[in-house]
Design a protein around this ligand. Sequence first.
Ligand SMILES: Cc1cc2nc3c(=O)[nH]c(=O)nc-3n(C[C@H](O)[C@H](O)[C@H](O)COP(=O)(O)O)c2cc1C
Length: 114
Amino acid sequence: MLTNIAVITYSQTGQLTRAAASLVRPLEQAGVKISWIFIEPKIPYPFPWPIRRFFGVFPDSVMGIAPEIKPIDQDKLKDADLVILANQVWFLSPSLPIQGFLASENGRLLSKKI
Ligand SMILES: Cc1cc2nc3c(=O)[nH]c(=O)nc-3n(C[C@H](O)[C@H](O)[C@H](O)COP(=O)(O)O)c2cc1C
């Protein structure tokens, strides 16, 4: 039985977090524990975006040049029966913070389980 879900996400405006929260709300109401893991790039992306900075992340996004992220709380992953990776699109690619997570040790371990 599903008792513990980890939701991994990154959000600048809160929009993606709200969408992910709506997705898991019925499960939470049914008693499933939801553990949130918020990805934090070591160098934060600005919001609102200066126009040059916005288009400046285009090459890295498309070419998969992932940024380094801060370490995440591994215990939340270890205890999870299901992991949801809530991902937004940057220039038709996974956003750079999500790419950073997937390139990290935890992300690589998780990829092997999918
Ligand atoms: C640099 C950048 C590039 C984006 N590129 C796209 C895109 O190609 N297609 C798209 O539908 N949305 C794009 N978006 C919108 C995001 O996918 C996302 O919906 C929005 O930024 C809200 O996410 P948040 O929760 O991080 O604030 C882009 C946003 C940013 C910041």
